[in-house]
Ligand binder design. Sequence first.
Ligand SMILES: Nc1ncnc2c1ncn2[C@@H]1O[C@H](COP(=O)(O)OP(=O)(O)O)[C@@H](O)[C@H]1O
Ligand SMILES: [Mg+2]
Length: 239
Amino acid sequence: MESILEIDNLHTGYGKIPVLWGVSLRVEKGSITALIGSNGAGKTTTLRAIVGVLPTWKGRIVFMGEDVTKTPSYLRVEKGIVLVPEGRGIFPQMTVYENLLMGAFNRRARSKIGDSLERVFNIFPRLKERLNQKAGTLSGGEQQMLAIARGLMALPKLLMVDEASLGLAPKLAIEIMELIKRIREEEGISILVVEQNVHYALNIADYAYVLETGRIRMEGPANEIAKNPEIIRAYLGMH
Ligand SMILES: Nc1ncnc2c1ncn2[C@@H]1O[C@H](COP(=O)(O)OP(=O)(O)O)[C@@H](O)[C@H]1O
Ligand SMILES: [Mg+2]
């Protein structure tokens, strides 16, 4: 299988404090890959390094066969690496429509806004009904939909979604995960989901990596990881 993203021996951190100690992972083209682990394991830090808002201290990031380890963040977005950040990062005072337009700022996306809106409305019809509503007045689930939809407006080839289910009631969390699945199926976009709510991620993923204190502890097909006794004990015990 061809991989869209390959990370090899990634080290990074904040200031002088290391957080990742040699993370290696692959996202296969067209797959949903999950990066799971407890709060503080380094999942968000990994995504920040991939999108380039954190420098790589050591190691290599290869996207679509090209070494992007030193590529500035805005150019990585231009190439199709798009992050839907933890906490959603939407602009509450702006309308749904304005938030969507903010997603299409890169050069490649700007010329295709009309097209992108149609595709986004196909997956998120609820947003179409609320185009002129202030984003801050949307429900939590709708705000998460908007955050993902804004990511789609940037025309990702790899969409990375950080903690999509966080703070949502189970029913809504499952709905969001199903929508992520549809994005892969209907748009053919490769997806990297990051979740501390491990069971949601393993439900939709093909392959999973388990991150613990900045190191990959385990990897394998998501259905096998979900059955692993150690994983059940550490992460799935309450479900
Ligand atoms: N901006 C930051 N400055 C300093 N340390 C940070 C910062 N963000 C995260 N960290 C630290 O990095 C470690 C990993 O955090 P993070 O990547 O956010 O974990 P996760 O997303 O898996 O919950 C934690 O110890 C956290 O305290
Ligand atoms: Mg995080």
